[in-house]
Structure formats: structure tokens, C-alpha cells
Design a protein around this ligand. Structure first.
Ligand SMILES: [Zn+2]
Length: 113
């Protein structure tokens, strides 16, 4: 039996489509990011960072608030610089392995009061 290989072209098309995804964040858990940020910024108070800055940006993201340009907000940057997307906050077109909070894991760290 001889099998035809005429379907090969469709595979390379889907690979190209994947390569066009332009965001290139490094996903990080909220807890890991807090440790990283506090390590890099010794003057930062943990409570201020987690309960004010990050929570503010995460809530905004959850509520569907977007950057003034219409793009989704960048939580890590928004917690420090005010709500905005990566491009508007940094002036760079695309992230270069900059950190972004992985929200799926963050849910479990929020305790009801
Ligand atoms: Zn923007």
C-alpha cells in the first residue's frame, strides 16, 4: 500500500501561525514574584506590594479594565507604574521575557476574610 503525503502543507501553515504570537512574557506565580521583587527592591514593604500594588492591578485585570490603548493591562508593570499595557508602560513594542503574574495560581492564595 502506498500512502499519499499530499496533506503536509497544512502543517507548516499552523506552525507559522504560532510563531506570530507576539507576547513573550515569562509566567510567574504571584508568590514567586513577590519574593523576587522584594529581593530586588529591599526597601519595599511586603504588605504594600502584595495587598496594595499587586492586588490593585490584579483586581483591575479581573474586572476587565484595559489600557487606554485598548490592550490588556500588564499586571506586573501596572502594580508599579499605574494601570497600562506593556507597550504603554515600557515604551517597548513587545516583552522580552518580562515577568507576568500567572493568574490561575493566584486564585488559591486569596483567602476569604
Ligand atoms: Zn497600552
Amino acid at each position: 500500500m502506498h500512502t499519499s503525503t499530499s496533506g503536509m502543507g497544512e502543517f507548516s501553515l499552523s506552525v507559522l501561525a504560532k510563531a506570530r504570537v507576539k507576547t513573550d512574557f515569562t509566567s510567574i506565580n504571584l508568590c514567586d514574584y513577590v519574593e523576587l521583587h522584594l529581593g530586588a527592591n529591599p526597601g519595599t514593604k511586603r504588605v504594600e506590594l502584595t495587598q496594595q500594588q499587586l492586588e490593585f492591578a490584579i483586581n483591575a485585570h479581573r474586572n476587565g479594565i484595559r489600557c487606554q490603548c485598548g490592550a490588556p493591562i500588564w499586571i506586573v508593570g501596572s502594580s508599579q507604574a499605574g494601570l497600562g499595557c506593556f507597550a504603554c508602560i515600557t515604551g517597548q513594542a513587545v516583552p522580552d521575557h518580562d515577568y507576568e503574574i500567572a493568574l490561575a495560581d493566584e486564585v488559591t492564595t486569596t483567602r476569604p476574610t
